[in-house]
Design a protein around this ligand. Structure first.
Ligand SMILES: [Mg+2]
Length: 247
């Protein structure tokens, strides 16, 4: 954990980023200003993305910006290959998921909390072994999803009970109206730790930049870890917040 009084700058070798809310608007393309920020920082630091989505989706959302990517909270890792101007998947972990048991517990949660109506399917299972619990179902309208819990209050209130029902997962308050679940111990801090071991770095050598650092947020595990962490609350301000790196 860190703050603006961060004084370990000289140890930083890698600057690692969350994407949505940190460098872009949710699920939106990387804008020119933050693209320029990354290009500038890349002259001095190794850059790394650490995302919730797949490496391919993150790379696409970034308009093919040349960068190494940890995807799916660490279940994927891809490196940029200059010779082909594309990323190459280096690691992909696929974990088993007990579908029946997850469905059963999701049903318990719906009955306990009253969210028994949904459109489409009650739970979405991903090929990686990750799971999404969409409160309104997999086929809900985008308008309904956005109106569901804009302050995250509802999902935060029910978060402890949901985690209790799914102890084998790390659970995040994700998207607009869902919980994202990834098999434990995977989360962004774990993924960064694995990365450090792979490339021979210490935690203090990796500065992480993220916006979702409240409990339940997908950057929270990094925020409470010993990785230096820079908070941003607005992707348009990230550039100014990181100006100390260029000094
Ligand atoms: Mg974010």
């Amino acid at each position: 954990m860190t703050n603006s009084a961060f004084n370990g700058k000289e140890k930083i070798k890698v600057v690692a980023f969350d994407l949505d809310g940190t460098l872009t608007q949710h699920r939106s393309p990387l804008e020119e200003e933050n693209r320029a920020l990354l290009a500038q920082l890349s002259k001095k630091y190794k850059l790394l993305m650490v995302g919730a989505g797949t490496c391919r989706r993150i790379f696409g959302q970034m308009g093919n910006f040349p960068i190494d990517i940890i995807g799916n909270y660490g279940l994927q890792y891809a490196e940029y290959d200059k010779s082909i101007s594309d990323i190459v998947l280096k690691e992909e972990t696929v974990l088993p998921c007990d579908v029946e048991s997850v469905l059963q517990r999701a049903d318990v949660f719906r009955k306990e909390t009253g969210y028994i109506e949904y459109s489409g399917k009650p739970v979405e299972f991903h090929p990686s072994g990750s799971v999404t619990f969409p409160f309104l179902g997999t086929a809900a309208q985008i308008g309904d999803k956005l109106a569901f819990d804009p302050t995250r209050e509802k999902r935060r209130a029910l978060y402890p009970r949901f985690c209790e029902l799914f102890p084998e997962f790390t659970v995040f308050v994700g998207g607009s109206s869902s919980y994202d679940m990834v098999p434990a111990p995977n989360d962004k801090a774990h993924a960064l730790d694995v990365y450090c071991r792979r490339v021979g770095l210490r935690h203090e050598n990796v500065l992480y930049v993220g916006d979702d650092y409240e409990p339940g947020g997908n950057d929270y595990a990094v925020f409470v870890s010993d990785f230096p962490f820079v908070c941003t609350d607005d992707y348009k301000k990230t550039k100014d917040i990181l100006s100390f790196l260029n000094e």
